[in-house]
Design a protein around this ligand. Sequence first.
Ligand SMILES: Cc1cc2nc3c(=O)[nH]c(=O)nc-3n(C[C@H](O)[C@H](O)[C@H](O)COP(=O)(O)OP(=O)(O)OC[C@H]3O[C@@H](n4cnc5c(N)ncnc54)[C@H](O)[C@@H]3O)c2cc1C
Length: 374
Amino acid sequence: MEVGTTANEDHHSPILIIGAGITGCLVAQGLKKAGIPFLLFDAEDPRVKRPRDWTLNLHWSIPILKELLPDSLQRRLAEAYCDPSYDASGHETVIFLNSATGKEMNTISAPGIRRVNRRKMRKLCSEGIDVQWEKTLVEMVYEKNGVAAHFSDGSTYRGVAVIGADGPNSKVRQILLGAEKAKTTPLEIVFLTTNVNYNDAEKAKHVRSGHPVVCPGFHPKGIFNFISVLDCPDPNDPKSWTFQIASSWLGNHDSKLNNDERLSLMKKQVEELAEPYRSANHWIPDEASVHHDAMTYWIPIPWDNHSGRVTLAGDAAHPLPPCKFSLHYLEYSLTNYGQRSRTGWESQHTGRFESCQGLDQDRIEECDKGPGSG
Ligand SMILES: Cc1cc2nc3c(=O)[nH]c(=O)nc-3n(C[C@H](O)[C@H](O)[C@H](O)COP(=O)(O)OP(=O)(O)OC[C@H]3O[C@@H](n4cnc5c(N)ncnc54)[C@H](O)[C@@H]3O)c2cc1C
């Protein structure tokens, strides 16, 4: 068995971060900034298998995000935007349309809100960070001065603590709490989504006519329709634009449906939709890959952090249906956890363990307060 890192008593032992999604990469950036050693692992290698792409909003998490990123990457944050050229100069809005009539239902002022492309965001956040790819965590063993993390390829790495940033079905959470308590709760919601390049400038401009970036719509029959710009490689060439198109409704998804059947389901409602939703769905090409995203959530419960040796961040700590990116945990993981960890090291490992036990409890209580936690 390969032993990647040997446990030691001094403050050079790394923190082991499991999962190099946006959360894990940001945790790594924050630790790097604070001068705290770390190792970052991910089960997959995006250089081998291109990961799926989607879009997400950043709003209240932007200040934390900027705190974690080095100045050089903060200045380049726009590179991750779905349309880096779009700038509403602080007058950004979120518009909700009635997708049966095309009429506006409500417009919310959301100054500073930014829609980012997940792939570009992850790439930006991973810049300057070494990731050990194709390392799937299978087991953790708590040791006198830290944790041993065992991976499916037979390797073992040791560190002072593990941060589980391994997404909604977190293995770290399972090891911490047991499979039953860590299990997510499924919601009876169908959510179908696809990414499209219409390869036609006029079509692309039309699909974008509801809102320059993101256009959620609600149909009186209980259907959620969604259009978002996914990427604009050339803002002046609409033919280059790609979109994320999604539809969602109450019900149970039939996992036996093949891609053609999922696409038919998305297109079934086309006649009942107003523009631009009707055409956005009608023009989806036959070869488009349509995904069903399981809607699940997990409500955090107190966990034994083994004297500060393990914690959770991002979707691992608080998985939600795709609606908001909970960066709240990162603030604790880095500003508090990292700081206190350092304090702990300086005082020969004592302060760290005590303060971190209280810390996780604080986070759970904050989480119970609702939207402010995300
Ligand atoms: C279709 C869709 C739409 C969304 N829309 C929005 C939105 O509009 N707004 C919003 O805020 N959020 C949205 N989200 C949610 C948002 O994308 C997530 O909250 C965010 O990306 C979570 O990042 P993460 O790094 O915590 O987890 P993940 O991105 O899941 O990353 C976890 C990483 O851990 C790795 N991993 C898993 N298990 C192991 C293991 N055992 N060992 C090692 N590595 C492992 C995985 O390979 C992965 O790279 C959406 C999500 C989806 C799927």
